[in-house]
Design a protein around this ligand. Structure first.
Ligand code: ACO
Length: 375
């Protein structure tokens, strides 16, 4: 039998071209459509970045005005969707709720089966507008709080925080939220994006591809890590407990969530930008204790293992300080990454080849089915 090489986890294997983002681990840089992500985080709204990912160029003033007006009108959830979310147990993980919500939106969209670029752009914008309301609605219902309806006078980030907490957030908080959305939006062929592209490659619909991507993002080795970081912080408690906690965790060969990356081995290019926004918020909330724990853990882990923090490490505490409950962190990632996923689904459709790799069989050799005497 011919021996085939196995590329476990597809590590280091390029599977297609993309013009959406460029990750360069040597220079620790990440470009969306040619623009450094740090510059986009410094100068652009999340709405502009979403447009950039879909269309390849930043919007003109007129395009942005039309898009934001449409987005503001598309925020409210239908009574059908609210009813289905209400029928789910409050113990359901919010990622399961978001995944279900995308399925429901797809099942109710008369354009679901229309797989043209124009129709898929419209669907991408519909999901972009509706997902914040889904995430906010679910968090409030789980805590037995009244629903806060969207406000058309607020931008995407302001309104997301408004619907989540029922009050207008301080500028530092809105800014940190916007930065997190920009940084989470796109990262080439990560596991969830690849999942979306696999589904799109069968010529399935955009909503099915996004639903599958949400399932892939849920795991702790991918998006679920931002939630896991906060569980770790809760276990450790404060900076002075970091060393004994790490001694114990590493002795048990535990993976420390929020550290390490398949592509970046010398540090995640998004971390300094997210960390700076987090630090501005820590100052706003007067939570030096959180910063001490954050820094001590990072310094100690890097010193011991040489493995650096990824974006989930500063994003977890950022969302915690804003007041989101821990299970809502990964759905926030969904609300952002839906822009990258949908851009990739459209790119896959534009030059499609069914994604169907090979496997090497290592089970038992061919054998004969035993024929029972009485059969
Ligand atoms: N804690 C402890 N050890 C680690 C960690 C970690 N966070 N990350 C890597 N290692 C170790 C592994 O145990 C392994 O050691 P070994 O060679 O002695 O067995 C070695 O480093 C290589 O790790 P792999 O898991 O094989 O590397 P891979 O490239 O597959 O992993 C991954 C990348 C999955 C992200 C890994 O670093 C990890 O599990 N990190 C924690 C989860 C996490 O934070 N995920 C978020 C990813 S970023 C994002 O989604 C925004």
């Amino acid at each position: 039998m011919e021996e085939k090489e196995i590329y476990k986890g597809l590590a280091g294997v390029p599977v297609d071209y993309t013009a959406i983002s460029k990750v360069n681990p040597e220079t620790n840089s990440l470009l969306y459509r040619g623009y450094p992500v740090q510059e986009l985080a410094a100068h652009c709204s999340f709405e502009e970045v979403a447009w950039l990912l879909w269309y390849g160029e930043l919007p003109t003033e007129e395009e942005l005005a039309a898009f934001t007006a449409e987005e503001r009108k598309g925020r409210a959830l239908s009574p059908t969707l609210k009813g289905i979310i209400d029928s789910l147990p409050k113990s359901a993980h919010p990622m399961d709720v978001v995944r279900t919500a995308v399925s429901v939106i797809g099942a109710n969209d008369p354009e679901t089966e229309t797989n043209t670029e124009e129709s898929n752009l419209a669907k991408s914008k519909r999901l972009f507008a509706a997902l914040p309301a889904v995430v906010a609605y679910d968090q409030r219902r789980r805590h037995g709080l009244d629903v806060v309806e969207p406000r058309e006078d607020l931008d995407y980030s302001q309104n997301f925080l408004w619907m989540s907490f029922g009050e207008e957030a301080a500028p530092e908080v809105v800014d940190a939220f916007r930065v997190s959305m920009v940084l989470y939006a796109e990262h080439s062929f990560n596991a969830s994006t690849f999942t979306a592209r696999v589904i799109a490659s069968t010529t399935s619909d955009l909503y099915s591809a996004v639903t599958g991507a949400i399932g892939a993002l849920k795991g702790a080795l991918h998006g679920g890590a931002n939630e896991a970081v906060m569980h770790t912080f809760a276990e450790i408690g404060s900076a002075e407990n970091v060393k004994p906690w790490l001694d114990d965790a590493l002795a048990q060969k535990k993976k420390i969530m929020g550290f390490g990356h398949r592509v970046y081995k010398n540090g995640d290019s998004r971390v300094p930008t997210m960390q700076a926004a987090m630090e501005r918020m820590i100052e706003h909330y007067g939570r030096q204790d959180m910063l001490d724990l954050y820094r001590t853990m990072a310094e100690e882990f890097v010193a011991r293992k040489g493995i650096h923090p990824n974006l989930d490490y500063p994003a977890g505490p950022t969302y915690h300080l804003m007041g989101f409950d821990t299970p809502t962190f990964t759905p926030l990632f969904v609300a952002s990454r839906v822009t990258g996923w949908t851009a990739h689904i459209m790119e896959q459709n534009a030059a499609n080849a069914l994604i169907r790799p090979l496997s090497v069989y290592n089970g038992v050799d061919q054998r004969v089915v035993p024929v029972r005497v009485n059969s």
